[in-house]
Design a protein around this ligand. Sequence first.
Ligand code: HAM
Length: 431
Amino acid sequence: MQAIRGMNDILPDAVHWWQMVERTAREVLELYGYREIRTPVVEKLELFARSIGESTDIVEKEMYAFADRKGQWLALRPEATASVVRAFIEHNLQADPLARKFYTIGPMFRHERPQKGRYRQFHQIDAEVFGIDDPLLDAEVMIMLCDFFQRLGLEGVGLHINSLGCPKCRPLFRDDLKQFLHQRASQLCPDCDRRRHVNPLRVFDCKVDRCREALAGAPELVRYLCDECARHFEKVQAYLAGLGVAFTVDPRMVRGLDYYMRTTFEVVTDRLGAQNAVGGGGRYNGLMRDLGGPDLPGIGFAIGMERLILLLQQGHHLAAGSPHVFMAVLGEKPVLEAFRAVQALRGAGIAVEMAYGGGSLKSQMRRADKLAAAHVVILGEEELAKGVAVVRNMKEKSQAEVPLSDLVEFFKGHILAARGQTPGFGPTPSK
Ligand code: HAM
């Protein structure tokens, strides 16, 4: 039996990257006032069709949709925004003044052709904010995204932004684009030839070469913005610039989902081949009303965790998962005392592994080496009699005798000293 194509196991060797990314995401999101929400992975198909849009690639081609035993049409969620908006409406969360900023982390499903960075089950860190129309928030959302990536030490990414206008100014653009595509209809693939009538903006999403070429010289939305949208976009840019965030205005970036208006953005990389978006998002002011809820504005983004982790792994080795201490025991007598010491260290939040079944010092040291333990504590009968243990620093190849009663304090101090060098990656002693 094998896993389904495009759906990956995350093995213990890789899972610490996931944990580190999730931990950092939670820290940053909570710092900016976001609270976690968890929604089901299955929703009514209609929710996605109505929010993402009937004529998008996601809804037309990529959804895992099925009828359940009662004949109700359901879908595995292809993204999280629609579900978070649904939950907000369903539970009347607007009554709660604290319920404005939400985040959720979990698997999404799209039936795309799998390749590096593109999978059928993938994971997103998703953030959504409701009820705030201020361009200051648009800037803050992007600044938080940059803050998060900076904390992770992510390199080689750029922020691209655009404005998609609003229902007031977009129709003008749509008409001109339709006109433009009409003149190039013979160059378009059959899908785009159909879309130019129903949803011409979606032609920008097409990956077929001849459609891309046909779009050379196409009208650009930023030139059609009404006064209000133009002012909003200017302010977003001024705030970003004012906080020293570098960005590029990309008038071609329309995003693949229909619910956006005004600000849209993507974090892109040139280090993952064709899958160049690590994250993306934007403003969606009409969505909550369209789904039957209050008329509250919304903005959010999602980060693709597989892509983010692929980028972080390039050229970096994260030796997490290794114990800080390996306890080697010589002979039968010290076993109980060693076991007590191991539990005391674990109680202080220090990761410890020990040699089950004893064995020679040589074989136990070999095991400690394989586990890449930072220190080995050696307890033999002689040490036990003196009430000490030998602590060997595996990296520096030095060793010292430490009283058994001081072991916890010794390692706590050691870890605190080492922490400054590799923030967030090492074991954390409890306070
Ligand atoms: P999206 O651009 O469709 O936006 O997806 C966000 C991110 O998810 C992408 O930038 C990419 O990193 C990752 N991603 C998408 N599809 C795949 C795939 N097949 N394999 C691996 N990674 C993938 C949304 O989903 C919106 N809901 C974002 C949003 C939230 N907008 C407002 N609020």
